[in-house]
Write a protein that binds this ligand. Sequence first.
Ligand SMILES: [Zn+2]
Length: 133
Amino acid sequence: MIKYKKDHWWIKWFSPNYATTLFSTIYVPVNWDSLTKLQQDSLLAHENVHIEQFRKYWILMSVAYLFLPLPFLFAYCRAKLELEAYLVQREFDRSNGVDVESDIYRNNLINQFVGSSYLYMFVCKKTVEKWIR
Ligand SMILES: [Zn+2]
């Protein structure tokens, strides 16, 4: 199920420019309508992995995602859950003609892990580079 993040007061403040998936609901970012169809489908490919993760791990998913072993800097569980989603999204993008080998794409992907987007989820850039090779 897809819902607009902007329509839900309790979640619209949380990373408004990113989708958030809770169990089987994807809350799309505030800029959803300005994305191309390919960008929307790419994002949904990513978020569908999180729905599957919620099915598999249920409440463990939330605990592991948010807190294990740390909520930031070395959020290994979050990083691995996101990695699974980003690798599926990258394959979706590749199969739709996006140059996923470009420096721009690769650096953007690395920055999702080491930058502020996910509260500096995993700061070992070399490790992230190995994961997404
Ligand atoms: Zn994600």
